[in-house]
Design a protein around this ligand. Structure first.
Ligand SMILES: [Zn+2]
Length: 330
């Protein structure tokens, strides 16, 4: 995962708040134990004294002080303290330092490298900014209604829109439950207002709650952002762009493919993003109002074959029926 430096200051502030909260938690735990078990405080004072003995015996060259004896005493007191905690129902590490990320001890740095937790924070901040305009809160699995889908079959399909949409709904829920940040993704095809955006945002909601970095963007908006950043580079040459976020987040949701002004540059950029993610085995959800044959013509085989390699969900409804011939479902 890469570090999105635009958000570095904000992410470091979050780490500093985490450290502060964890110190407060440590202090609260300590006060609680000392209040409930005053003997723990006495043992602690005794332990401090034996520490002094250990140090003096090590420094004493005359050999008059026995360092083994002091060490033994020190260990015995520590053992008594651990047993006292255990006997009173506290976990063994209850008074140990608390870290949200034990790997970097909430500093954001491990062996002179940015820690994964810091990279994740900067990416989450970038995703939150991009997701700010998406109606995330309104689109959940529990308020997705199947009532508006007809249970009558049509001449184009053996299954009714209701059956198709029930399957789509179940598939999206399963996708969310089984999501582990790896895999190919979903291509959602169907007319406007059939629930593609609702279901993809419902997936986003659950996964964001689970702690995954999810980026939702309509394709025209994503392209506009990338264009506005194109050629801009920060001082140290690191790539902080939307492209970097789109190619590295846990799940990318590209809504309304086909609504953008698809120039050759735009098609290459979309290919770059989708291809990079598929090479990294990072999932994508693409939704489009375009019919499969139009999709193939508009984005050529190179890009469309990438999209058709994903799980295809056709969204059906009485107003926006689309024909979906078998030869696309490969
Ligand atoms: Zn960390």
């Amino acid at each position: 995962m890469r570090l999105n430096k635009i958000y570095l200051d904000g992410a470091l502030r979050t780490l500093s708040e985490r450290r502060k909260k964890n110190r407060q938690l440590e202090d609260a735990r300590r006060s609680e134990v000392l209040e409930k078990l005053p003997e723990y405080g006495e043992l602690e004072a005794e332990l401090a004294l034996t520490m002094t003995d250990v140090i003096s015996s090590v420094l004493d060259k005359s050999g008059e002080n026995d360092s083994d004896f002091a060490l033994e005493k020190n260990r015995a007191i520590k053992k008594q303290m651990d047993e006292l905690l255990e006997k009173n129902g506290y976990p063994a590490d209850y008074l140990e330092p608390v870290y949200t990320c034990p790997k970097c001890k909430d500093t954001g740095n491990t062996c002179n490298e940015w820690c994964e937790c810091l990279c994740r924070l900067t990416n989450e901040m970038a995703a939150a900014e991009l997701n700010a305009n998406a109606p995330l809160a309104k689109s959940r699995f529990d308020n997705f209604s199947l009532k508006c889908y007809s249970d009558k079959t049509t001449e184009n399909s053996a299954a009714s829109p209701l059956e198709i949409m029930k399957n789509n709904f179940e598939y999206c829920k399963r996708f969310t439950e089984e999501f582990d940040g790896k895999g190919s993704g979903i291509l959602m095809i169907g007319g406007t207002g059939l629930g593609k955006t609702h279901l993809s945002l419902a997936i986003a909601n659950v996964l964001i709650e689970k702690g995954f970095c999810v980026v939702y963007a309509s394709v025209p908006e994503l392209i506009r952002r990338i264009k506005s950043q194109f050629g801009k580079d920060n001082n140290d040459g690191e790539d902080d762009s939307t492209v970097s976020l789109a190619t590295s987040c846990d799940l990318l949701i590209l809504d309304d493919l086909g609504a953008e002004n698809s120039t050759e540059w735009c098609v290459s950029m979309l290919y770059e993003i989708i291809n990079t993610r598929q090479n990294r085995r990072l999932p994508i959800i693409v939704s489009t109002n375009l019919e499969p044959n139009v999709l193939r013509l508009k984005y050529q085989d190179r890009l469309s074959s990438r999209m058709f390699s994903m799980k295809i969900l056709v969204f059906a409804g009485s107003d926006n029926r689309i024909e979906f011939s078998d030869n696309f479902n490969r």
